[in-house]
Design a binder for this molecule. Sequence first.
Ligand code: TXA
Ligand code: MG
Length: 337
Amino acid sequence: MNETRAVHHAARIIKRGGIVAFPTETVYGLGADAFAPLAVARIFEVKKRPHFDPLIVHVAGPDDLGRLVTDIPGPAQKLINRFWPGPLTLVLPKTDEVPDIVTAGLPTVAVRMPRHAMAQRLIELSGSPIAAPSANPFGYVSPTTAEHVRQQLDDQVDLILDGGPCPVGVESTILSFSEERPRLLRPGGVPLEEIESVIGKVEITPVEKQTPDAPGPWAPGPTAPGMLPRHYAPRTPIVLVAKDEIDSYTNKKAGLLAFREPAKRPAFVHTEILSRKGDFREAAANLFAAIRRLDALGLEVIVAEAVPETGLGRAIMDRLRRASCEDDKLNYDQSGS
Ligand code: TXA
Ligand code: MG
């Protein structure tokens, strides 16, 4: 089936209340008509995602927001003008029409307009905004190719649209406007520095503060439940280490996830280099596929090299921290909550 026919087919499935995996510029999503609660419920089932974790609603353009949100504060509008279509999700007050299952009962809804042409076409042809989380089982790294989706969810979804590897490779930046000042809920594809250059200082909730006991004032659970500290975790344990500590792990059955080409290659079972020249964009685009390849090798441990926390480095470090999180204090989502 060629791409155009595949997208039309996918849109018909969405219209009939089905679920479709589709590419975006960040990661693959698993989508349903945002106004079809039963279809959305199936997404939660397939992902084994807890119902307290709300979904992002993907729109074809800012005009779609009328049905979804009751207010767009000035700074949010500025960010829409500057970064849409693109990897920026805004959390805004929702209309009554948005089903509770989409927002996990919150009074807000997360919205974003993807930049990927296939995603845009799918939303347009479906004639409705599409609610979609990343197309991975809950708690696992997000898929950045159609093959990743096939490996984990193939027989459980109605169709997987293949749009090639995702160019950004990490999920969207999430910014909430449910308090007086905008708050960063998840670092992602649009660097914080770029956001602050448009709207000024943004509040940041440090990961260790994001517990069920200290949520934002608007939510009964964690501020952004996908921000559960231990998230994105592969099966193989990951340790996150500074560049100069890497050598001390080579005696184990270990794999290396290096940011850039090391001066001399340490003796690991396998080494993945995210970007030979140390470019954040390239590193982010390669991150999840590299973690999946290492995870498939049956290693004792994956040694991940810490990257500088500026620009996209912030999103990369956030995902590495979550993937490597062993701290019990941070592991509240593993204890049945
Ligand atoms: O790049 C992305 O954002 C990808 C692609 C598919 O668009 N989607 C994605 O969705 O990463 P997901 O479901 O894996 O992560 C969405 C995050 C979750 O952490 C969720 O808790 C948060 O968005 N979220 C959704 N609605 C929210 C709301 N009303 N308030 C706070 N957080 C919200
Ligand atoms: Mg996800």
